[in-house]
Design a protein around this ligand. Sequence first.
Ligand code: PLP
Length: 421
Amino acid sequence: MWRGAVGNLLRGRGAGSPRAASASAAAQLRRRLESELEDIRGAGTWKSERIIASRQGPHLRLAGGGAGILNFCANNYLGLSSHPEVIRASVEALEKFGAGLSSVRFICGTQSIHKDLEEKIACFHQREDAILYASCFDANAGIFEALLSPEDAVLSDELNHASIIDGIRLCKANKYRYKHMDMQDLEAKLQDAQKHHLRLIATDGAFSMDGDIAPLREICQLAQKYDALVFIDECHATGFLGPNGRGTDELLGVMDKVTIINSTLGKALGGAAGGYTTGPKPLIDLLRQRSRPYLFSNSLPPAVVGCASKALDLLMESNAIAQSMAAKTQRFRSKMTAAGFAISGKDHPICPVMLGDARLATVMAEDMLNRGIYVIGFSYPVVPKGKARIRVQISAVHSDEDIDRCVDAFTQVGRKHGALP
Ligand code: PLP
């Protein structure tokens, strides 16, 4: 759009006029942007996007050809993104409640389905109340500033998701960053933070780059010892970790010790969009009054609410889908390990195939696609230097044959490029 604005400015300019000044500012901006883009390309960190011409699912069609691609890089852990009942519920909500609210929640943007979904989320997590956001990024951006004062402290795992880091940046509390899952370091920081009023420990429940799970039992013990609250981001856990898919807190038996949960509707829970906070009722009440991404952004569209609501119904009826995903995860992890690959994390459907070398990860991922398997290589700065990997994500809708095809392709490609003997 600014290209048009610049064009108009250039056409209308006269030497020395304010218009000429802004035209030259626009030209300067263009040069700066082009140079930054060149730097990104030069650093080899350019992120390109593949265009999918089908629904999200285990088998994709890519734009411009590429049908029948086996997909192993979506957060569609339970395969609900294209589940027929989820789609039907979404269409029904669209027809009954319209395309959107054209409003924020507190003006005229709250429908009965928003309240129902909030109630369902709170019930699913066994908490007092819940509040919806347009995304979990927004939920993370909105919580710390609303909750913490300059007299308080927040202690955050160094590998927490970018949205937690940004949310913490926005608040005025005293900030501590502890080493990844390092309980000694967390304890030292908690001791220092005793001088502050309130202490909040913030961690991802499951970390998306490594597929590792936060040591929540130990974190909760430290929280008890040093009188701190615990916040977890459950984007890569809600719906499938724990005996009933409630998440990391259920898996590790600390549901009653974690005070606040933020999570997403955009991954396992139907995969459309949206996020939420669930926890004590006064906290949720306060967020409705103070949380800026909630107060100043549009309500979730009914079709999106319909998807998430049906996804939760399916998960509350039975945990068969989550169990099917866990069995496939186990199949992939054990077959890949037997083939000679190192897979990071344990029992999580995020299965990072550790390769070390950035070029090797890129070349192998490309070669996998040549064999019809869509996986993505990650290297520095997304992961530490020397720890490049291909991240594979398992879904309940992968068949055993899909998993075996993926392992076979990895084995061939690994041998070809020297990752395996
Ligand atoms: N937190 C974590 C750990 C995530 O992985 C993500 C998504 O990538 C988010 C928050 C943001 O979630 P959403 O896509 O709902 O904004």
